[in-house]
Design a protein. Sequence first.
Length: 280
Amino acid sequence: MPTAIAVTSADLVLPPTDHQTPTAALLPHPDAQPLDAAVADMQVMVEQHGYVVALYPASLPAAHERRLHTVRSVLESDRIALLRLDLPPLGVAVLVRQLRQLSVCDFGAGVLASAARLLAHYVYAGALLHSVTRLDRVPVGLKSHAKSWVPGSQFGVLANPAPQLVRIGTGEQLAGPEFGTHLLVARGQSTSAWVTESLAPAWRVQSVVDSPLPAASPKWWGTAKLIEFAAFLPDISILYQLVASVRREICSWCGIDLIGDRCGFCSAPLVPPEPVQGTA
C-alpha cells in the first residue's frame, strides 16, 4: 500500500490527473469528530498504509492543529508526519496532489514527506485582489494600502515562492516560472479577466484549469473579492526526477530516509558529518 496522504479540508483534495493517483484522507475539525474516533481512524490508516503524511495550511485554526498533534501523541507513533505549509490554500491543494501522485512511486515515506519542502519551491501561488487593506500574509507597502482605497484598483499578488505585489494596469508583471506549468484558477467574487488574459500568456502556461475556491481562501487573502491561482509542474515524471535527483540521507533521530536538511516525521535537522581529522 502507498503511503497515506491526509488533509484537514475536503477542498484541498483536487481531482486526480490520472487513474493511478490515490485520493487523500480527511482529518476533520475537532467540532466534527470526537477525539476517540480521530485516534481510531488514524490508527487504521497507519496499520493499512504503514505511514501517514498529513499536510495542513499554516492558517489552520489552532484547535484543529492541536487535535493533529494530540492524535499523534496518543498513538505515540513515529509513523505520522505533520507538515505545516505556508502556501495559500490553492497552493496547498496543488502540493497535496503532487504528493498523492508520488505516493504510488518507489519513494519511501521519509523521502515523500521531506519532498514537500522541495516541491513547494516550484509552486507559484498568488491571487488577483481588489483590495490589500486586510492582506497580512504578504508584505504590502503604505502606497499600495492607500491605492487599494481607490475605486477599481486591482492588485496581482504572489505569495510563493517569493512574495511580490504589483498594481494591475501599471505595466508591472509578477515574476513567473521559467519552466513549463499548468495554471489552476479558482474564482471568488471577482469577474476580472486579468489572470487568464494577461498573467497566463505572460507566464507561458501550457494549460489553464478552473477549480472551486477553497473555503479558507477569502480569510487567507483578506478579501472575498479575488481570483486565486497556482502554477505548477503537472508531469509526474518531472516531479519524480526532481525528488530522485536529491541525495538521500538517514535521519539521525528516527532512522528514516529523507532528502533535504530536516526529517518530515520527527522534525530533527540533518546532522552534518563529522570533519575528517588529518593525520600527523
